[in-house]
Design a protein around this ligand. Structure first.
Ligand SMILES: [Fe+2]
Length: 297
């Protein structure tokens, strides 16, 4: 669907957390990622890690979001498109042992991002029906939709596939309906991180596991309009805004995008099933809780 070079999706998110040992315990025991050392946490897919944690100087925040590119040529083409719209942008380079080839940049809302290829991933998938498989999408709040779309569309090559209320859904160089969502809500924070589960059973077993561990569902279970994915939202460790999702719609060039008028639910509904209650006040609060790291490093 995209004409130029485009990233294929979100590879991983780096988070600063106040209590590193307990965060690792939560993400392994409850969220069901696997500790691969150096505070990296993998899912059941091949990606080296989906989350990387480090000790926060001050408060929990997002340090960096990393996107995948297909190969070095794509990294270099993407760099040529990102550099003019970024506030700071490094040159493509080898990023260290096993970390691949890519470049880092920062945008006008202080989001640090990376585009990378050739990362040394795991040789095999984990046969674990409860583990998240990959990062399905990251939802970013924005106070400046024009600058944000310049970064994600002109820079990273994503295309607008649907719009619903304040949400803009962005499609990358693969068949998933979206890999990035932008929330036009006057904020410059993280809205949430969504982890793809194998199927609805895995989402619901995850919801049960979270509830049992003291992390009740803040919104869901339900099935979204755009993307048609199943969702369950939680306040995770240090109130990280997290989602278990599955069943994202697979699209091709024949997909017809729609706008906010089309994606309206009937009164009283917040999803396709008509099952879920509206999100909790806590979810409303935590989808504006995590800022992007402002210190160097
Ligand atoms: Fe989501």
């Amino acid at each position: 669907m995209s004409m130029g070079p485009a990233v294929t999706g979100v590879r991983c998110v780096e988070l600063d957390v106040r209590d590193l040992p307990r965060a690792l315990e939560f993400y392994t025991q409850v969220w069901k990622l696997t500790d691969v050392g150096d505070n990296g946490l993998r899912g059941s897919g091949p990606a080296a890690h989906l989350l990387k944690l480090r000790h926060a100087q001050d408060r929990a925040c997002v340090r960096r979001v990393t996107f995948d590119a297909r190969d070095r040529e794509q990294v270099e083409r993407l760099h040529r498109n990102v550099a003019p719209v970024a506030v700071r942008c490094g040159a493509p380079a080898m990023l260290g042992e096993g970390a691949g080839y890519g470049f880092d940049f920062t945008d006008s809302e202080n989001r640090r991002m990376r585009v990378v290829c050739d990362v040394r991933d795991h040789a095999s998938r984990l046969d674990d029906a409860d583990a998240p498989q990959k990062i399905a999408h990251v939802n970013f709040n924005t106070a400046d939709i024009d600058a944000t779309l310049a970064i994600f569309c002109k820079g990273l090559g994503l295309s607008v596939i649907d719009e619903s209320g304040p949400l803009v859904f962005l499609h990358g160089d693969n068949t998933d309906h979206n890999c990035v969502v932008i929330a036009k809500n006057g904020k410059t924070t993280l809205n949430h991180i969504a982890f793809e589960m194998r199927n609805i059973d895995a989402v619901m077993r995850g919801a049960g596991r979270m509830k049992e561990a003291g992390y009740p569902v803040e919104w869901g279970p339900g099935r979204h309009g755009p993307g048609a994915n199943v969702f369950c939202y939680f306040a995770g460790w240090e109130e990280a805004p997290l989602e278990y999702t599955c069943d994202i719609e697979q699209v091709d060039a024949a997909y017809v995008p729609h706008g906010p008028d089309y994606w309206k639910f009937p009164p009283g509904r917040a999803d396709r099933w008509g099952f879920t209650d509206p999100h909790s006040p806590r979810w409303k609060r935590i989808q504006d809780l995590y800022t992007f790291a402002s210190d160097a490093g």
